[in-house]
Design a protein around this ligand. Structure first.
Ligand code: HEM
Length: 161
């Protein structure tokens, strides 16, 4: 793995990154392609579910939610396309995470987002949301959120120092 300019990636995370195999990457990419044509609806499902399971995060969202949903789906698109080239997406994910600290996002919020994401995918994909697709997304989100949480924690500990 190449080194990442913004923050060093902890060894545990490197293991996680290496654990996503080619088959899983293919499953994430092919299932995301099926969601893309309905991405506005998928994003709406995602936020509805997120605010249902974590109502405390709702006040952090100040803008238009359709626009917000498009930003989320665009970022997911970048990440999904970049799964074969993690060196390119890890710095972007780290930057995104640093911005999120400013929105009030904390490590514990990532699990809610992961759960809402899997829910939206399940609704959007129907029978194509097979156990293997679910596991692949779970692992991919674990990887992405792991990178983001590690970067955010470094920002938090620096500003606390
Ligand atoms: C994989 C994880 C995530 C991705 C890909 C993602 C993506 C994005 C993107 C692309 C934006 C647009 C603005 C920007 O670029 O900073 C954004 C904003 C935001 N995200 Fe996330 N996010 C993630 C996790 C989270 C989590 C865990 C929370 C916690 C609830 C969260 C809450 C927010 C908030 C509050 C905003 C700003 C909304 C506003 O300006 O009104 N995000 N996110």
């Amino acid at each position: 793995m190449a080194d990442f300019p913004l923050f060093p990636v902890p060894p545990k995370l490197k293991e996680l990154i290496m654990s996503l195999n080619a088959e899983q990457i293919m499953l994430v990419q092919s299932s995301f392609a099926k969601v893309k044509p309905i991405s506005d609806q998928a994003a709406a499902l995602f936020y509805a579910r997120l605010f249902e399971i974590a109502p405390q995060v709702k006040p952090m969202f100040k803008g238009d939610m359709v626009e917000q949903g498009r930003k989320l789906m665009a970022m997911l698109n970048t990440v999904v396309n970049g799964l074969n080239n993690l060196q390119a997406i890890v710095p972007a994910a780290q930057n995104l995470a640093r911005g999120h600290v400013g929105y009030g996002v904390r490590s514990e919020h990532y699990a809610y987002v992961g759960s809402a994401l899997l829910y939206a995918l399940e609704q959007g994909l129907g029978k194509d949301f097979t156990p293997a697709v679910k596991q692949a997304w779970s692992d991919a989100y674990g990887l992405l959120s792991g990178v983001m949480i590690a970067a955010a924690e470094q920002v938090e500990s620096r500003s606390a120092a």
